[in-house]
Design a protein around this ligand. Sequence first.
Ligand code: FE2
Length: 375
Amino acid sequence: MKPFAFNLRTRIVFGRGSLTRLGVEAARLGDRCLLVTGRSFARRSGYLKTVVEMLEEAGLKAVVFDNVEPNPSTETVYKGAEEGLKNACNLVVALGGGSAMDAAKGIAFLLKSKTRLEENFAPKEVAEALPIVAVPTTCGTGSEVTKYAVLTSVWRKRKEVLIGDPLTPSLAIADANLLNSLSKELTAYTGFDAFSHALEAYLSKESTPFSDFFALEAARIILGNIVEAAKGVAEARENMLYASMLAGVAINCAGTVAVHGMGYYLTNYHGVHHGLANGVLLPHVLRFELDRGLDRLEDAAVKLGFGKGISLVEKIEEAAQRTGVPRSLLKLGVKPSELDAMVVDALSYGRNLDKHPNPLTPGDIKKIYVRAFGE
Ligand SMILES: [Fe+2]
């Protein structure tokens, strides 16, 4: 059996209504918190007010930084850290989706290490950060249990990653009630991000028996719930929240592969939602791998009860179709004239491609993108 090391430092408090535990739980980790969130959902939904009240009732001082944009930039992280420094915060609480959580991680790192983000991106590992509390409001990224913070360098049009165990939240409050007003589209897109995490972690060269356990269970639950979750069925959404967390544990061990590496271009150059980018590309990458007979994909299909790889891929395509995820890159506003630039960009994400189960040449990546432009 492949050797592995595993630790999960996150205390997970899961369940409807678990948000009420936030104050008491967070008070164990600090007393002056920076509450990091996006620009509208938390305020509009009333959750921002609720969370501030909960923290204050538990004796914490809460300073709000509600300026996180989708695909958070390094600039935003620096601004958040300034706010935290000014208020002598000793804890960072994230309320939101992957963007808020990843920005919070970057801020927690800066507040502790007093250095620059640019000097610490992967493959370096960061050694310190303030304690982080994550309260996810989408069911996709799994960032509430991962050691990754994906940040955007706007001027370089690149996704950079901070990585390190100290970035793993100390506490995750996973309360499916917070998903009630999530749109159909965002439920589908973040769900496809989670599904990509699960399957990519399973296919990754760095997968282990332990990460496989989380990856397969996540994949099974997501395939069984994503369509209903997108329709708004509350129980299916709660299942997706659980599964996206499992998938987060899987990528914490095994990372992601070519689907993520090839999808970043779509987000950086066309503003395509990260999960949508993965949802569109995933079947094309999988079909390419089916053609060259990837045993690991066949194996996943068998373990998930589909018998053959092609049946698993068809099931994924059906879920995409039923949740409004298109098959073609043309639907995302990307043009075939960008093909060569896309290949160069994808190749620059060695941290993903190096883990891909079979080596991908520039020609292979081009072939996959060409297919993804079809239909
Ligand atoms: Fe992702």
